[in-house]
Design a binder for this molecule. Structure first.
Ligand SMILES: Nc1ncnc2c1ncn2[C@@H]1O[C@H](COP(=O)(O)OP(=O)(O)O)[C@@H](O)[C@H]1O
Ligand SMILES: [Mg+2]
Length: 224
């Protein structure tokens, strides 16, 4: 463990029952400020891994240190607090509240995190290029715009670590590119980024690619 490490997993394993060993002894190190993509066939354990790194789920064995904290030793409440303070999550499904506007969706996240601050929420939406869509409800936004609201929401606690599971999975190429440009901007601003993806175009970006196959890392290399 080094002070430049953001994530260190040691012999990380996850089984759902005696027969379903989804992750097998993963030893992964992700450095602060790095952009790492995780690719692998469907069912290889990518979402399981991301959920564990997100502190949404626990491994069956092994340890995870994030930003110097051994999260696997935290209680359920401490883990939730750690997640709120350190991690921003982006999902394939945007998980926006349908009857709240873009601005209210972001402010709801602020409410759960700490204090509601409308100006700050507006700024987050401006950062993702949605300053002109504050009062729109999700049904009146395109898929790409909804995903940008969800990224604004993920940024509200200024997380050092951003984790995304197939963030462009539901988007066409043009909107996918807008989302990727946002990730590039966040990476440039110093956020550590981990993206699980099927998209070969994302796979070529970032600093490093980790390939997962049947719950093990089979290939790791620097991106071109
Ligand atoms: N809650 C669960 N209970 C039992 N098995 C699960 C559960 N979640 C995922 N799995 C199994 O774990 C394997 C990996 O799933 P997942 O992590 O979603 O893969 P990926 O995201 O790479 O497609 C699959 O075989 C899946 O059926
Ligand atoms: Mg998945």
């Amino acid at each position: 463990m080094d002070k430049n490490d953001m994530i260190v997993t040691t012999n990380l394993s996850k089984s759902y029952d005696d027969k379903t060993h989804v992750l097998k002894d993963l030893n992964i190190v992700i450095r602060k400020g790095e952009w790492v993509n995780i690719m692998g066939p469907s069912g290889s354990g990518k979402t399981t891994l991301l959920n564990i790194l997100s502190c949404l789920d626990r491994p069956t064995n092994g340890s995870i240190i994030i930003n110097g904290t051994e999260v696997t030793k935290l209680s359920q409440n401490e883990m939730a607090k750690f997640r709120r303070e350190n991690i921003g999550l982006v999902f394939q499904q945007y998980h926006l509240i349908p009857y709240l506007t873009a601005l209210e969706n972001v402010m709801l996240a602020q409410h759960f995190h700490s204090m509601v601050d409308e100006e700050e929420a507006k700024k987050a939406l401006e950062l993702v290029g949605l300053g002109h869509r504050l009062e729109h409800i999700p049904a009146h936004l395109s898929g790409g715009e909804q995903q940008r609201v969800s990224i604004a929401r993920a940024l509200i606690n200024q997380p050092s670590l951003i984790l995304a599971d197939e963030p462009t999975g539901n988007l066409d190429r043009t909107n996918g590119k807008i989302i990727l440009d946002l990730f590039k901007k966040l990476h440039k601003n110093g956020h550590t980024i981990v993206i699980v993806t099927h998209d070969p175009e994302i796979g070529m970006m970032g600093d490093r690619l980790i390939k997962l196959m049947d719950g093990r890392t089979v290939d790791e290399r620097e991106s071109a």
